[in-house]
Design a binder for this molecule. Structure first.
Ligand SMILES: Cc1ncc(COP(=O)(O)O)c(C=O)c1O
Length: 410
């Protein structure tokens, strides 16, 4: 039968899935797989969490689309209040969108409006989305940008510390002096609206920003009146073991970008900022047909209810510890694994040989029924991003599958 689907999507597997529950997906032939991709770090509460399903069903029967410019609906304010409660203190105004790229672009639009400056600084290895400005801000792989040039101008790239550098302190100094050099040579502070950074590089290879580096970036922003945008699209909503990754660092960004885990898989995204900045965003200068969709708001409210339940983040941290320990043990017996690193349930196993990553992934899928994805500029990282409700037994099963795959491909 001919396929009428575009071939532009790359495919991690050829699984034909019909349902999902918790950490598991089921294919058309009835086989079950442990989904350690969580739909690329999206299904925070697992596939089809009963509370999220009920909230979506209830809302769908009342109102599917209530366009924000035309009228307000009764979930807009309650969700903003919940977001204000869980985001860092001082973030108290929220704009809603549908995807990560839309929100990172919106964040830069806000920064340009507020500062009246044209440029933005990103960090090498970044991923901020696939629309034109977001592509211009994405430096993790040429394949995201190739064939799309010219991309919007005014985007400058500063170094990000290499986690494998032999001297990590010297590496932080190198990255921060590269940033200062950029401000002297290519984009003057009074031309720079914002710096946008993922506190844990996602597509770039699951690399948590060293604390001194992140504080250095934020201090440089403050010194020059440049806004600091935290792209928490992948790291937010408990993924790193705290509600947001910036919470680990004690940093309050000027703008925070949220998507993925926010609504357990229903397409929804949000931008948070301080009222003082939001008030300077000219009315009507930004918007969108679907932002603030009532079903999305309902899914986000239910998701927040689940992830703020007592003990939820304790599970994330306990499973992260279990995963790091298990993977560390395996890496200790295989010189081909260069590093195991992570923050919460964003864990990376970096291999010396990218070809090995593909073989390990295939083996885990075929023999262990565990679905994993890669990451990193060179595709040399197996990344671990299970649903946050993953159990001890499921993590043990995934570690065993990985151990067998590593042995089989040595
Ligand atoms: C950190 C980060 N920002 C932005 C995006 C883009 O999000 P979306 O694919 O929803 O546009 C992603 C997606 O992977 C991401 O990881």
């Amino acid at each position: 039968m001919p396929s009428y689907l575009s071939d532009v999507w790359f495919n991690v597997t050829d699984l034909n899935v019909v349902s999902g529950s918790g950490s598991w997906i089921t294919t058309a032939d009835g086989s079950e797989y442990l989904d350690f991709t969580a739909g690329i770090a999206v299904v925070s509460t697992g596939h089809c969490h009963p509370k999220v399903v009920a909230a979506i069903q209830e809302q769908a029967a009342r109102f599917i689309h209530a366009q924000v410019n035309c009228y307000h609906h009764d979930k807009l304010e309650p969700l903003a209040a919940q977001l204000a409660a869980i985001t860092p203190v001082g973030i108290d105004k929220f704009f809603y969108g549908n995807s990560g790229a839309e929100i990172t672009e919106g964040a830069v639009k806000l920064a340009k409006q507020v500062t009246k400056r044209p440029n933005v600084i990103v960090f090498s290895g970044s991923f901020h989305g696939r629309t034109h400005l977001a592509m211009a801000m994405t430096t993790s792989k040429t394949s995201y940008r190739a064939g799309h040039n010219p991309l919007p101008a005014g985007v400058f790239v500063a170094p990000y510390p290499d986690p494998l550098a032999p001297d990590s302190e010297a590496e932080i100094d190198r990255a921060l002096s590269g940033l200062r050099h950029l401000l002297k040579t290519m984009t003057a502070p009074d031309e720079t609206a914002a710096m946008i950074l993922e506190p844990v590089l996602g597509e770039g290879g699951y690399i948590a920003a060293p604390s001194r580096f992140l504080h250095g970036v934020v201090d440089t922003c403050r010194e020059h009146g440049i806004l600091f945008i935290a792209d928490e699209v992948q790291t937010g909503f408990g993924r790193t073991g705290r509600m947001f990754a910036v919470d680990h660092y004690g940093i309050v960004p000027d703008i925070i970008c949220m998507a993925k885990g926010i609504a357990s898989g229903f397409p929804f995204a949000a931008l948070g900022t301080r009222a003082e900045l939001s008030d300077r965003w000219p009315k009507g200068s930004h918007g969108g047909t679907y932002g603030g969709n009532p079903i999305g708001c309902a899914a986000a409210l239910a998701t927040i209810e689940v992830i703020t339940e007592p003990g939820f983040l304790d599970n994330v941290n306990a499973r992260a510890e279990q995963l790091m320990a298990g993977l560390g043990e395996i890496a200790g017996h295989d010189a081909g694994i260069a590093q195991v690193r992570g923050l919460g349930l964003m864990v990376a196993t970096q291999f010396l040989d990218p070809a090995r990553v593909a073989s390990v992934q295939q083996h885990c899928l075929r023999e262990g029924h565990v679905l994993l994805m890669n990451a990193g500029t060179y595709g040399n990282v197996v990344r671990w991003m299970p649903p946050l409700v993953v159990t001890e037994a499921e993590v043990a099963q995934a570690i065993a599958a990985f151990g067998a795959a590593v042995k089989a491909t040595a």
